[in-house]
Design a protein around this ligand. Structure first.
Ligand SMILES: [Zn+2]
Length: 247
Protein backbone atom coordinates (compact mmCIF):
# COMPACT_ATOMS: atom_id res chain seq x y z
CA UNK A 1 0.00 0.00 0.00
CA UNK A 2 2.85 2.32 0.76
CA UNK A 3 4.27 1.75 -2.74
CA UNK A 4 0.91 2.54 -4.36
CA UNK A 5 0.94 -0.19 -7.05
CA UNK A 6 -0.64 -3.65 -6.85
CA UNK A 7 1.99 -6.41 -7.25
CA UNK A 8 2.08 -8.07 -10.68
CA UNK A 9 4.72 -9.85 -12.84
CA UNK A 10 4.85 -6.90 -15.32
CA UNK A 11 5.52 -4.57 -12.39
CA UNK A 12 8.51 -6.71 -11.35
CA UNK A 13 9.83 -6.66 -14.92
CA UNK A 14 9.30 -2.92 -15.25
CA UNK A 15 11.04 -2.25 -11.95
CA UNK A 16 14.10 -4.32 -12.87
CA UNK A 17 14.28 -2.79 -16.37
CA UNK A 18 14.05 0.70 -14.93
CA UNK A 19 16.92 0.15 -12.51
CA UNK A 20 19.11 -1.55 -15.14
CA UNK A 21 18.24 1.23 -17.58
CA UNK A 22 19.56 3.86 -15.19
CA UNK A 23 22.76 1.86 -14.58
CA UNK A 24 23.29 1.60 -18.36
CA UNK A 25 22.50 5.31 -18.80
CA UNK A 26 25.09 6.22 -16.16
CA UNK A 27 27.70 3.97 -17.82
CA UNK A 28 27.00 5.51 -21.25
CA UNK A 29 27.16 9.01 -19.78
CA UNK A 30 30.59 8.35 -18.28
CA UNK A 31 31.75 7.03 -21.64
CA UNK A 32 30.13 9.54 -24.01
CA UNK A 33 29.36 12.56 -21.81
CA UNK A 34 25.57 12.50 -22.06
CA UNK A 35 22.87 9.82 -21.97
CA UNK A 36 19.16 9.53 -21.12
CA UNK A 37 16.98 6.75 -19.77
CA UNK A 38 13.35 6.40 -20.94
CA UNK A 39 12.36 5.77 -17.32
CA UNK A 40 13.93 6.11 -13.90
CA UNK A 41 13.87 8.56 -11.04
CA UNK A 42 12.34 6.24 -8.44
CA UNK A 43 13.61 8.44 -5.67
CA UNK A 44 11.19 7.63 -2.82
CA UNK A 45 12.49 4.07 -2.37
CA UNK A 46 14.55 3.57 0.80
CA UNK A 47 16.99 0.83 1.75
CA UNK A 48 14.39 -1.74 2.77
CA UNK A 49 11.02 -0.32 1.76
CA UNK A 50 9.41 1.17 -1.32
CA UNK A 51 7.18 4.24 -1.27
CA UNK A 52 5.35 6.73 -3.49
CA UNK A 53 5.11 4.54 -6.66
CA UNK A 54 8.77 3.56 -6.34
CA UNK A 55 10.16 0.16 -5.39
CA UNK A 56 13.96 0.24 -5.80
CA UNK A 57 15.90 3.49 -5.89
CA UNK A 58 17.47 3.44 -9.37
CA UNK A 59 19.52 6.59 -8.70
CA UNK A 60 21.09 5.06 -5.59
CA UNK A 61 21.73 1.68 -7.23
CA UNK A 62 23.29 3.30 -10.33
CA UNK A 63 25.50 5.57 -8.19
CA UNK A 64 26.86 2.65 -6.18
CA UNK A 65 27.36 0.39 -9.24
CA UNK A 66 29.26 3.14 -11.08
CA UNK A 67 31.46 3.70 -8.04
CA UNK A 68 32.11 -0.02 -7.58
CA UNK A 69 33.06 -0.28 -11.26
CA UNK A 70 35.47 2.60 -10.63
CA UNK A 71 33.93 4.66 -13.42
CA UNK A 72 33.36 7.58 -11.05
CA UNK A 73 34.23 8.48 -7.46
CA UNK A 74 32.17 11.52 -6.57
CA UNK A 75 28.57 11.65 -7.77
CA UNK A 76 26.12 14.54 -7.66
CA UNK A 77 22.40 13.76 -7.80
CA UNK A 78 20.40 16.71 -9.16
CA UNK A 79 16.77 15.93 -8.39
CA UNK A 80 14.41 18.55 -9.83
CA UNK A 81 11.20 16.50 -9.55
CA UNK A 82 8.37 18.26 -7.65
CA UNK A 83 8.62 15.66 -4.87
CA UNK A 84 11.56 15.54 -2.51
CA UNK A 85 14.05 12.73 -3.26
CA UNK A 86 13.60 11.47 0.29
CA UNK A 87 14.75 7.89 -0.35
CA UNK A 88 17.92 9.09 -2.07
CA UNK A 89 18.58 11.62 0.71
CA UNK A 90 18.20 8.97 3.44
CA UNK A 91 20.30 6.38 1.58
CA UNK A 92 23.24 8.77 1.17
CA UNK A 93 22.88 10.70 4.43
CA UNK A 94 26.18 9.29 5.72
CA UNK A 95 27.94 8.88 2.38
CA UNK A 96 30.10 11.88 1.44
CA UNK A 97 30.89 10.33 -1.97
CA UNK A 98 27.35 11.09 -3.18
CA UNK A 99 25.97 14.64 -2.88
CA UNK A 100 22.18 14.88 -3.00
CA UNK A 101 20.46 18.05 -4.23
CA UNK A 102 16.66 18.18 -4.21
CA UNK A 103 14.41 20.96 -5.53
CA UNK A 104 10.79 20.32 -4.55
CA UNK A 105 7.51 21.84 -3.49
CA UNK A 106 7.06 22.02 0.28
CA UNK A 107 3.37 21.13 -0.10
CA UNK A 108 3.95 17.89 -2.03
CA UNK A 109 4.67 14.34 -0.86
CA UNK A 110 6.57 13.23 1.21
CA UNK A 111 5.04 15.20 4.01
CA UNK A 112 7.82 14.21 6.37
CA UNK A 113 10.90 15.31 4.43
CA UNK A 114 14.35 13.78 4.81
CA UNK A 115 17.53 15.86 4.84
CA UNK A 116 19.36 16.00 1.50
CA UNK A 117 22.86 17.50 1.36
CA UNK A 118 21.06 20.51 -0.11
CA UNK A 119 17.29 20.94 -0.10
CA UNK A 120 15.56 23.80 -1.92
CA UNK A 121 11.92 23.89 -0.94
CA UNK A 122 9.54 26.06 -2.98
CA UNK A 123 6.12 27.34 -1.96
CA UNK A 124 3.11 26.04 -3.94
CA UNK A 125 2.53 28.17 -7.03
CA UNK A 126 6.22 29.00 -7.65
CA UNK A 127 6.78 29.72 -11.35
CA UNK A 128 9.55 29.63 -13.96
CA UNK A 129 11.41 32.74 -12.92
CA UNK A 130 12.07 31.87 -9.30
CA UNK A 131 12.71 28.19 -10.04
CA UNK A 132 15.16 28.87 -12.86
CA UNK A 133 16.91 31.76 -11.08
CA UNK A 134 17.52 29.50 -8.09
CA UNK A 135 18.81 26.73 -10.34
CA UNK A 136 21.19 29.17 -12.07
CA UNK A 137 22.52 30.25 -8.68
CA UNK A 138 22.86 26.79 -7.14
CA UNK A 139 24.06 24.35 -9.81
CA UNK A 140 27.24 25.99 -11.17
CA UNK A 141 28.58 26.63 -7.66
CA UNK A 142 27.81 23.04 -6.60
CA UNK A 143 29.65 21.70 -9.63
CA UNK A 144 32.72 23.72 -8.70
CA UNK A 145 32.61 22.99 -4.96
CA UNK A 146 31.76 19.26 -5.19
CA UNK A 147 33.70 18.52 -8.41
CA UNK A 148 31.65 15.41 -9.24
CA UNK A 149 32.79 12.83 -11.81
CA UNK A 150 29.16 12.23 -12.81
CA UNK A 151 25.78 13.96 -12.45
CA UNK A 152 22.58 11.90 -12.22
CA UNK A 153 19.77 14.23 -13.25
CA UNK A 154 16.12 13.54 -12.33
CA UNK A 155 14.10 15.64 -14.80
CA UNK A 156 10.65 15.07 -13.25
CA UNK A 157 7.93 16.86 -15.22
CA UNK A 158 5.51 16.96 -12.28
CA UNK A 159 6.74 20.52 -11.65
CA UNK A 160 4.65 21.45 -14.70
CA UNK A 161 1.75 23.84 -13.98
CA UNK A 162 -1.01 21.44 -15.12
CA UNK A 163 0.35 18.32 -13.41
CA UNK A 164 -2.28 16.33 -11.50
CA UNK A 165 -0.16 16.05 -8.35
CA UNK A 166 2.51 18.74 -8.52
CA UNK A 167 1.83 22.10 -6.88
CA UNK A 168 4.38 24.21 -8.78
CA UNK A 169 3.61 26.36 -11.83
CA UNK A 170 6.42 25.62 -14.29
CA UNK A 171 5.55 26.10 -17.98
CA UNK A 172 6.55 23.67 -20.76
CA UNK A 173 9.03 26.27 -21.94
CA UNK A 174 10.33 26.38 -18.36
CA UNK A 175 10.83 22.59 -18.41
CA UNK A 176 12.93 22.84 -21.58
CA UNK A 177 14.93 25.79 -20.18
CA UNK A 178 15.54 23.86 -16.96
CA UNK A 179 16.74 20.72 -18.79
CA UNK A 180 18.95 22.71 -21.15
CA UNK A 181 20.50 24.63 -18.28
CA UNK A 182 21.34 21.46 -16.32
CA UNK A 183 22.80 19.63 -19.31
CA UNK A 184 24.76 22.60 -20.72
CA UNK A 185 26.11 23.59 -17.30
CA UNK A 186 27.41 20.04 -16.83
CA UNK A 187 28.93 20.08 -20.34
CA UNK A 188 30.58 23.46 -19.56
CA UNK A 189 32.04 21.98 -16.38
CA UNK A 190 33.14 18.88 -18.30
CA UNK A 191 31.02 16.61 -16.09
CA UNK A 192 29.08 13.76 -17.74
CA UNK A 193 25.35 13.78 -17.12
CA UNK A 194 22.91 10.85 -17.04
CA UNK A 195 19.24 11.88 -17.25
CA UNK A 196 16.19 10.01 -15.94
CA UNK A 197 12.59 11.08 -16.49
CA UNK A 198 11.25 11.24 -12.92
CA UNK A 199 7.56 11.80 -12.19
CA UNK A 200 4.69 13.24 -14.22
CA UNK A 201 0.93 12.78 -13.80
CA UNK A 202 -1.71 13.35 -16.47
CA UNK A 203 -4.82 11.46 -17.60
CA UNK A 204 -3.71 12.06 -21.20
CA UNK A 205 -0.78 9.67 -21.56
CA UNK A 206 0.24 11.00 -24.98
CA UNK A 207 0.59 14.51 -23.63
CA UNK A 208 2.44 13.15 -20.62
CA UNK A 209 4.83 11.18 -22.84
CA UNK A 210 5.48 14.31 -24.90
CA UNK A 211 6.27 16.23 -21.73
CA UNK A 212 8.67 13.50 -20.54
CA UNK A 213 10.31 13.60 -23.98
CA UNK A 214 11.34 17.25 -23.51
CA UNK A 215 14.53 16.16 -21.74
CA UNK A 216 15.35 13.77 -24.59
CA UNK A 217 14.77 16.48 -27.21
CA UNK A 218 16.92 18.94 -25.32
CA UNK A 219 19.63 16.32 -24.76
CA UNK A 220 19.65 15.35 -28.43
CA UNK A 221 20.02 18.98 -29.49
CA UNK A 222 22.87 19.54 -27.00
CA UNK A 223 24.41 16.27 -28.25
CA UNK A 224 24.52 17.63 -31.81
CA UNK A 225 25.63 21.16 -30.82
CA UNK A 226 28.31 20.19 -28.30
CA UNK A 227 29.46 16.76 -29.59
CA UNK A 228 30.27 15.67 -26.01
CA UNK A 229 31.50 12.24 -27.10
CA UNK A 230 34.60 13.94 -28.55
CA UNK A 231 35.51 15.64 -25.29
CA UNK A 232 34.90 12.47 -23.31
CA UNK A 233 36.69 10.28 -25.84
CA UNK A 234 40.00 10.38 -24.00
CA UNK A 235 38.29 9.12 -20.84
CA UNK A 236 36.87 6.28 -22.87
CA UNK A 237 40.34 5.46 -24.07
CA UNK A 238 41.78 5.59 -20.54
CA UNK A 239 39.00 3.34 -19.30
CA UNK A 240 39.65 0.75 -22.02
CA UNK A 241 43.34 0.99 -21.31
CA UNK A 242 42.89 0.37 -17.60
CA UNK A 243 40.45 -2.46 -18.26
CA UNK A 244 42.99 -4.03 -20.61
CA UNK A 245 45.66 -3.61 -17.95
CA UNK A 246 43.54 -5.59 -15.51
CA UNK A 247 43.09 -8.55 -17.86
ZN1 LIG B 1 7.53 13.37 -8.46
Amino acid sequence: RRIGFPWSPPLVRRTLLEVSGTILTAQLAVEFGLACNLGGGTHHAHWDWGSGFTIFNDLAVAAKVIQQQKRANKILIVDLDVHQGDGTAALFANDPSVFTLSFHCEKNFPFRKQKSDLDVSFAAGTGDEQFLDTLRRVLPSLLSSERPDLVLYDAGVDVWAGDKLGELQISERGLADRDRFVIETCMDAHVPVACVIGGGYDDDRHKLAARHAIVHKVASSVWVEREPWKAFGHKRHELRHSEAAHV
